[in-house]
Design a binder for this molecule. Structure first.
Ligand SMILES: NC(=O)c1ccc[n+]([C@@H]2O[C@H](COP(=O)([O-])OP(=O)(O)OC[C@H]3O[C@@H](n4cnc5c(N)ncnc54)[C@H](OP(=O)(O)O)[C@@H]3O)[C@@H](O)[C@H]2O)c1
Length: 258
């Protein structure tokens, strides 16, 4: 059985997840590249990791689906024998970005399944595996990192479900951090601001303008690599006496200014 530290990054076929997967691959983790629909993109990420000498496994799994989540964990353990890091990154935006008065239950269900229920129950399954592996002496501890958003506290009334699901992710992080501390599992929230990816491509012009007008003290788009750098710092042992923290990767968006 291989003993390489292993990281699952959900939604790592594109965007922020891809940057995190490649970064953790460079750090020596065996990487599980999870995706929902775009197999080719996921294979490309795995290929990039392998080309640099790393190990990667591609697993299709809808994080909103119970059986899919279990299969993701099972395939990881079958291939790599351990899970050291889970990055709950997969996420979707509000379907159709409809005004709050037009918001639909269909969008609510999809967004909450993918962005909140999936991450919570995947964290539960992974935490159980980490506790078991630690008891067996296979790992010393684990890290769970939840990718939330500035939308957890900044109002966008055309994405109400997205904002509410991301807001709940902070409490989810606190709950997991408290419960899992005795198990040597640290839990963190990484809170990205406006990041260039397929998710923000449809609203690029709007954000170009807002950023130029000073939306963020650091006047540029965030890049997926900015988020990956923060995740890399968290999975290193640079924060041994911390858990439950939110790390902002937002160019200073969260600062209140006069
Ligand atoms: N971009 C931003 O400005 C921004 C800001 C704050 C927070 N975030 C958060 O950061 C995370 C990544 O965002 P992104 O901008 O990189 O998004 P993206 O470019 O749209 O990529 C989304 C990724 O998630 C995967 N995915 C979608 N639904 C899934 C499901 N049900 N099960 C498994 N994987 C699924 C996609 O897989 P396929 O390729 O197979 O479709 C893809 O790999 C999200 O949680 C998002 O809310 C983004």
């Amino acid at each position: 059985m291989a003993t390489t530290p292993t990281a699952i990054i959900t939604g790592s076929s594109r965007g922020i997840g891809r940057a995190i997967a490649e970064k953790l691959g460079q750090l020596g983790y065996a990487v599980v590249v999870n995706y929902a629909a775009r197999r080719e993109a996921a294979e490309e990420v795995a290929g990039a990791i392998r080309n640099r000498g790393g190990a990667a496994l591609v697993v299709q799994a809808d994080v909103g689906d119970r059986e899919n989540r279990q299969r993701l964990v099972d395939e990881t353990l079958r291939t790599f024998g351990r899970i050291d890091v889970l990055v709950n990154n997969a996420g979707i935006t509000s379907q159709g970005r409809k005004d709050l008065l037009e918001a639909t239950e269909e969008s609510w269900d999809r967004v909450f399944d993918t962005n909140l229920k999936g991450p919570f129950f995947l964290a539960q399954a992974v935490a159980r595996s980490m506790i078991h592996s630690r008891a067996e002496g296979i790992i010393e501890g684990g890290k769970i990192i939840n990718i939330s958003s500035i939308s957890s506290y900044a109002v966008s009334s055309n994405r109400a479900d997205y904002c509410m699901a991301k807001a709940a992710m902070q409490m989810m992080t606190w709950l997991l951090a408290d419960r899992l501390a005795d198990e040597q599992i640290q839990v963190f929230e990484v809170c990205p601001g406006v990041i260039a990816s397929d998710m923000t491509a449809p609203v690029q012009e709007k954000y170009d303008r807002l950023i130029a007008e000073g939306l963020t003290p650091i006047r540029r788009w965030g890049q997926p690599e900015d988020v990956a750098q923060a995740v890399a710092a968290l999975v290193s042992n640079a924060f041994p006496f911390s858990t439950g923290d939110r790390i902002n990767v937002d160019g200073g968006f969260h600062l209140r200014r006069l």
